[in-house]
Design a protein around this ligand. Structure first.
Ligand SMILES: [Zn+2]
Length: 307
C-alpha cells in the first residue's frame, strides 16, 4: 500500500542534513562510496528515462557508458555536494519511495541526468555547474526533483509516451519545489528551474524521445507548483491524486482546446464523477487563462517568473 505525503516536519530535517552534510544523506551509503569506485552505467540497468538535459540532444543513453564516465558522491566543491545531497534527503522524506541511490556522474557526457528503474539516479557534474551558473541553485534542485518524479513513475507503474512522462516529472518537480513539506519555494524562486527547462525543451514532435516543447514544460511545471500551493492551503494530495489531476487538467483542459473553459469556471459534474476534487479543479480553473497563455508560449521571461 502506497502512502500519502508526509507531514511538513521536513525543514528541520533539511537543516540537520545541511549541518551534518554527507553523514546525513539518506541513500545507500554502504553500497557505494569512493570516487572512481569502478561503477559504470551498465551497473545501473535500464535507462528508461534519459532526461537529456543537454542542448544538443545528440547523445543517447549510451553516452552514460562513455569511456571517461565515472560515478561517485562528490561534486567539485564540498558545499555543492552538501547542497545537492540535502535535496536528496529532503526528496526521500517528502515522497517516501523505496530508497534511491544517487550518484554524481563525471566525465565529458555528464551534461545530463538519468533515472534508472533500478532505483538509481545519476546526476551529471557538468549539468550541475551549468545550471548553477545560468539559473541558480534551485534549478539544480529542480533537476533532482524531476529525476525523483521518474522514480515515482517507476514505483507506481505510471507509463506512457516520453513526452507525457517528462511533463509529469516536471509537474512533480514543481509540486516538490513549492510544497511546504518539500523545498517550500516561492514561485519566483522555483521559476529558475522552469526557465532552465524552457531552454532545453524540444520541438521534435514525431520523435519517440520528444520531451515536450519549452512552453509545455513551463506550463507543466507551473501546474505542479500551483497544486502545491493549493495543498499548502488545504490538505495533502497523494501521489495517485496528483497523477490523475495532472493528466486530466493538462491533457483534457489545457490541451483540449474545444473545452473553451474560462477563468473561475466551477468544476463540472463530469469532473466530479471522475473522482477529481472539485475544489482543486476550481482552484486550477482560477488560473486557467494564465496556464493557457504559458502553454501557448504567450507568457515567458520576466512575466513568467513574476506570476
Ligand atoms: Zn526526465
Amino acid at each position: 500500500m502506497k502512502r500519502g505525503l508526509p507531514k511538513p516536519r521536513i525543514l528541520l530535517a533539511l537543516a540537520a542534513s545541511v549541518l551534518l552534510g554527507f553523514a546525513c544523506q539518506s541513500t545507500d551509503t554502504d553500497e557505494i562510496a569512493q570516487p572512481g569506485n569502478g561503477l559504470s552505467a551498465s551497473d545501473f540497468g535500464d535507462a528508461s528515462h534519459n532526461c537529456r538535459f543537454h542542448s544538443s540532444r545528440s547523445a543517447a543513453a549510451s553516452a552514460a557508458a562513455a569511456s571517461d564516465s565515472y560515478y561517485d558522491r562528490s561534486l567539485r566543491r564540498e558545499i555543492d555536494t552538501k547542497w545537492i545531497y540535502s535535496d536528496v534527503d529532503l526528496l526521500d522524506k517528502f515522497w517516501n519511495l523505496d530508497k534511491i541511490a544517487v550518484y554524481i556522474w563525471h566525465g565529458s557526457q555528464s551534461m545530463n541526468a538519468i533515472a534508472y528503474s533500478s532505483n538509481v539516479i545519476t546526476f551529471g557534474e557538468n549539468l550541475y555547474y551549468d545550471f548553477l551558473g545560468k539559473f541558480g541553485y534551485y534549478s539544480a534542485a529542480g533537476v533532482m526533483a524531476h529525476e525523483w518524479g521518474h522514480q515515482i513513475q517507476y514505483d507506481y507503474n505510471f507509463n506512457g509516451e516520453s513526452r507525457d512522462m517528462e511533463l509529469e516529472a516536471d509537474n512533480f518537480a514543481g509540486y516538490y519545489l513549492g510544497h511546504e513539506g518539500g523545498r517550500e519555494l516561492t514561485w519566483k524562486e522555483s521559476s529558475g528551474f522552469f526557465d532552465a527547462l524552457y531552454s532545453i525543451g524540444d520541438y521534435s514532435y514525431n520523435s519517440p524521445s520528444h520531451h515536450g516543447t519549452p512552453a509545455q514544460r513551463r506550463s507543466a511545471g507551473r501546474l505542479g507548483w500551483l497544486l502545491a500551493d493549493w495543498s499548502n492551503k488545504n490538505r495533502e494530495v497523494g501521489i495517485q491524486e496528483l497523477h490523475k489531476t495532472f493528466f486530466y487538467y493538462y491533457n483534457e483542459v489545457l490541451e483540449g482546446s474545444s473545452f473553451g473553459r474560462s477563468a473561475r469556471m466551477p468544476a463540472t459534474s463530469e469532473e466530479i464523477a471522475k473522482g477529481l476534487d472539485k475544489e482543486i479543479i476550481g482552484y486550477l480553473n482560477g488560473h486557467y487563462r494564465e496556464l493557457k497563455r504559458i502553454h501557448n508560449g504567450e507568457i515567458k521571461g520576466k512575466e513568467y517568473s513574476n506570476l
